[in-house]
Write a new protein. Structure first.
Length: 277
């Protein structure tokens, strides 16, 4: 690939700067506002230099203890949805990659068709069934719903990676006495790890921040942090913006750290199948 000229390099730098500004500036505003004194949050012109304070975080801890309790719910639900998606997508991706048949092709079409439907259309009919099963306001119903929402995308990511793994490696493992499960776990999954992590990132980010499904299926016991943040916005005493920004920052930090740590795998997952060699 030829080296880009001065104009190409300039355009690339401008593109990177625009992307960083577009994605990074809102995060900076939230974090900076959580550290500003209350009187300076909406100051005009904006206060760019200020003495940081933790008063909003102290108020969040003191006045909204349910935020941290419900963060535990978010962790449980997100971990469950991610684990369920990883197991299901790995098995399904392997089957779609190594098997060819009419029923499988039909199921793949159906899976993509359901994925294209607005999520609320698929979710609302489940509400009576969830109540009948006694699963309303439980961790499991949200974990399963989040996993089912992303399992189709995760399956195709895994299929793209497994397609690139030579079948001969699996045949050699079977000749050495490995079962199909051992071959999948010890040979295929390690070689497709980049795709698996990329798929899990999508599920994790969605599950951590999702609001509508949590609003429909939970009331108290399995309530997640986005619902608590919405309650802060609707407080009858008025919105305490400093506390709201502090809660948003606490909600934001874990997911940003995880995505930054997994960005190498995420880029590999997004580019899977783009280059043929």
């Amino acid at each position: 690939m030829p080296e880009p000229g001065p104009l190409g390099k300039l355009l690339r730098l401008l593109g990177i700067a625009t992307a960083l500004l577009w994605s990074g500036f809102p995060i900076y505003l939230v974090v900076a506002s959580s550290l500003k004194p209350g009187t300076e949050i909406f100051a005009v012109p904006p206060t760019l230099v200020f003495w940081p304070t933790l008063e909003h975080y102290e108020r969040l801890w003191r006045e909204w203890p349910e935020f941290f309790r419900d963060m535990r719910n978010s962790l449980i639900i997100t971990a469950g949805a991610t684990l369920l998606t990883a197991v299901t997508a790995s098995a399904a991706g392997y089957v779609y990659s190594r098997r060819r048949s009419g029923p499988l092709a039909a199921s793949a079409f159906f899976m993509l068709f359901v994925r294209m439907l607005p999520p609320i259309i698929v979710t609302l009919p489940l509400f009576p069934a969830v109540n009948w099963l006694g699963l309303s306001d439980t961790h499991i119903v949200l974990a399963v719903r989040y996993a089912s929402f992303f399992v189709s995308l995760a399956t195709w990511i895994m299929k793209a990676f497994i397609d690139q793994i030579p079948v001969e490696l699996e045949e050699a493992a079977i000749v050495d006495g490995a079962t199909l499960g051992q071959t999948l776990w010890r040979v295929v999954i390690p070689l497709a790890a980049h795709g698996l992590v990329a798929a899990c990132v999508f599920v994790l980010v969605f599950s951590w921040n999702e609001f509508v499904f949590a609003l429909i299926f939970t009331t108290r016991e399995a309530k997640t942090t986005p619902l608590v943040i919405s309650e802060m916005l609707g407080s009858v005493e008025g919105v305490d913006w400093g506390t709201l920004f502090a809660a948003s920052t606490v909600q934001l930090v874990p997911i940003v750290v995880f995505v930054l740590a997994a960005q190498r795998y995420l880029m590999a997952g997004l580019s899977a199948g783009a280059v043929k060699g």
